[in-house]
Write a protein that binds this ligand. Structure first.
Ligand code: S3P
Length: 170
């Protein structure tokens, strides 16, 4: 425990994409929490929300995060946007390595994920209004855990990866 690289941020902030690029650049294994949940549950995220409820999804998320962070091996962890809602998760992340907050404006994030039917929290609502509300609710939590902020609305993926690697090598 201690040298993991944990990516946090709202939906659409680039956690999965940059996670893959960082894993390949740093030769570390990537754990994408959403993917792990889907593979363990044997169903999609919208199906888990629909059949078992959001809390059950959150419990799985916390369990997989804790397991990943309790091993000796260092991972890149791409969290889901809501993983920081749990105080236990936030404490664990802070102890377990470098936490990188990927952020962008609600306008940019909403644009990136509009029409993505795999994100139940944004279904049936105005995505921009929801994204603004999520930013207000969660940005303080991302800020609380983060060692580094990376604006993926302004930087290209390559620049964002370079900034993170530079930070980690300091
Ligand atoms: C969620 C974000 C999603 C996924 C789930 C809930 C959230 O992950 O975990 O739909 O609460 O913000 P991404 O941030 O990878 O889209």
């Amino acid at each position: 425990m201690g040298s993991n690289i944990i990516l946090v941020g709202l939906m659409g902030s680039g956690k999965s994409i940059l996670g893959k690029q960082l894993a390949s650049r740093l030769s570390l294994k990537l754990i994408d929490l959403d993917d792990e949940i889907v593979s363990q549950a044997g169903k999609s995220i919208p199906e888990i929300f629909r059949d078992e409820g959001e809390q059950s999804f959150r419990d799985m998320e916390s369990e997989i995060l804790a397991k990943a962070l309790q091993t000796e091996q260092a991972y890149i962890i791409a969290t889901g946007g809501g993983a920081v809602l749990s105080e236990d998760n936030r404490l664990l992340m802070k102890q377990a390595g470098s936490v990188i907050w990927l952020g962008a404006s609600p306008e940019i994030l909403a644009k990136r994920i509009t029409g993505d039917s795999n994100r139940p929290l944004l279904a049936e609502i105005d995505p921009l209004a929801k994204m603004k509300a999520l930013s207000i609710e969660r940005n303080p939590l991302y800020e609380e855990v983060a060692d580094l902020y990376v604006d993926t609305g302004k930087l290209t993926d390559e620049e964002a990866v370079a900034k993170i690697i530079h930070f980690l090598s300091d």
